[in-house]
Write a protein that binds this ligand. Structure first.
Ligand code: NDP
Length: 316
């Protein structure tokens, strides 16, 4: 049996191209997607052989759907080798927060809380798996880090003292720091939580389980559907700006290859690592270990974020 990798949000962008790149490396991919028929069509559009992937339904905007997914996957008998937490939403033009069935703000639920729950549930499956090299990868981004040129744009992420999480994160609360709703900041905050989760997983479980926990910034993949909720003009100009001005543009195909390398190559078997190819890109750039933002490398914050998230998703 081939090793299986679960990739969330594999119906487009990085998730789809990582699926292709991992199938090319002889892995079986579970495409964990909210829209099953879209995911199947997407896989066919890249000519991914039908027997090399399984589409399984998950809606990361709903914690119960994450639990259902986990039960179904556990019953499937697949040989789990890796989990890639990739799906995300970015909704910069929202005026009011959207909410999950539990009442939690939707960007934070989709990008962080659901993945936090999924990581905890799948950890058990990874522990049981007889494979030697097991990895859990969470997508990061440069915008989490104001120390980097790409992270200097306002609003900047700030988890505060997690006041919003501590207060239960339900209406009227919509931000992790309990402040006024700001959809761009909600996305960046969620990506800080993604990195804190990876580092806390590493601290808690790497030694005892041998699992490799990593994150990466794959480069600016400016033409994915991540920007679908932005102004049309932005969607047109942003890729051009990244291609010709910042030179930070990375194709979806190359970004997918980068994710796949983090999942399988011995070079990236270093737990607690955050990998980057820098801000200026070309096909031949080499990966390097990058320092994450001061907030994301704050151990105390990681611990309190972990405890607050565990309460919110009900796995205390
Ligand atoms: P896309 O919008 O192309 O892909 C996002 C995926 O997430 C889609 O498959 C989407 O499904 C899925 N998704 C969204 N909401 C849910 C949900 N509720 N349940 C299940 N799946 C859901 O974006 P990208 O490929 O650009 O982004 C992928 C990751 O890469 C994100 O974590 C992002 O933060 C990160 N990243 C992206 C960069 C970029 O420049 N694009 C740069 C750095 C990091 P559906 O097809 O149904 O909408």
């Amino acid at each position: 049996q081939k090793p299986t990798v679960i990739i969330t949000g594999a119906s487009s962008g990085l998730g789809l191209y990582s699926t292709k790149a991992l199938v090319d490396r002889e892995w079986h991919v579970v495409m964990a997607c909210r829209d099953v028929s879209k995911a199947g069509n997407a896989a066919r559009s890249l000519n991914i052989p039908q027997d090399s992937y399984t589409v399984m339904q998950i809606d990361l905007g709903d914690l119960n759907s994450v639990r259902d997914f986990s039960r179904k996957f556990t019953g499937s008998g697949k040989l789990l080798g890796a989990l890639v937490c990739n799906a995300a939403i970015y909704m910069p033009l929202l005026k009011e927060p959207l909410r999950s069935p539990e009442g939690y703000e939707l960007t934070m639920t989709t990008n962080h809380l659901s993945h936090f729950l999924l990581c905890n549930l799948m950890l058990e499956q990874l522990k049981k798996s007889p494979l030697k090299d097991k990895r859990l990868v969470i997508l990061g981004t440069v915008t989490h880090n104001p120390d980097e040129p790409g992270g200097k744009v306002y609003p900047r992420p700030d988890l505060g003292k997690l006041e919003g999480f501590e207060a239960g994160f339900k209406d009227p609360i919509s931000m992790v720091d309990g402040k006024k709703f700001e959809p761009v900041k909600a996305y960046k905050d969620s990506k800080v939580c993604n990195i804190l989760t990876m580092l806390e997983l590493h601290r808690r479980y790497h030694e005892s389980t041998g699992i490799t926990f990593t994150s990466l910034y794959p480069g600016c993949v400016a033409d994915t559907l991540l920007f679908r909720n932005h102004y049309r003009l932005f969607q047109k100009l942003f890729p051009l700006f990244q291609k010709y001005i910042t030179k930070g543009y990375v194709s979806q195909e190359l970004a997918g290859e980068r994710v796949a390398r983090i999942v399988v190559e011995p070079e990236f078997k270093q737990s607690g690592a955050y990998w980057s190819w820098g801000n200026r890109n070309s096909q031949n750039r080499k990966a390097f270990l990058q320092k994450v933002s001061p907030q994301a490398r704050d151990d105390d914050k990681a611990r309190s974020m972990w405890e607050a998230s565990a309460k919110l998703v009900g796995i205390e």
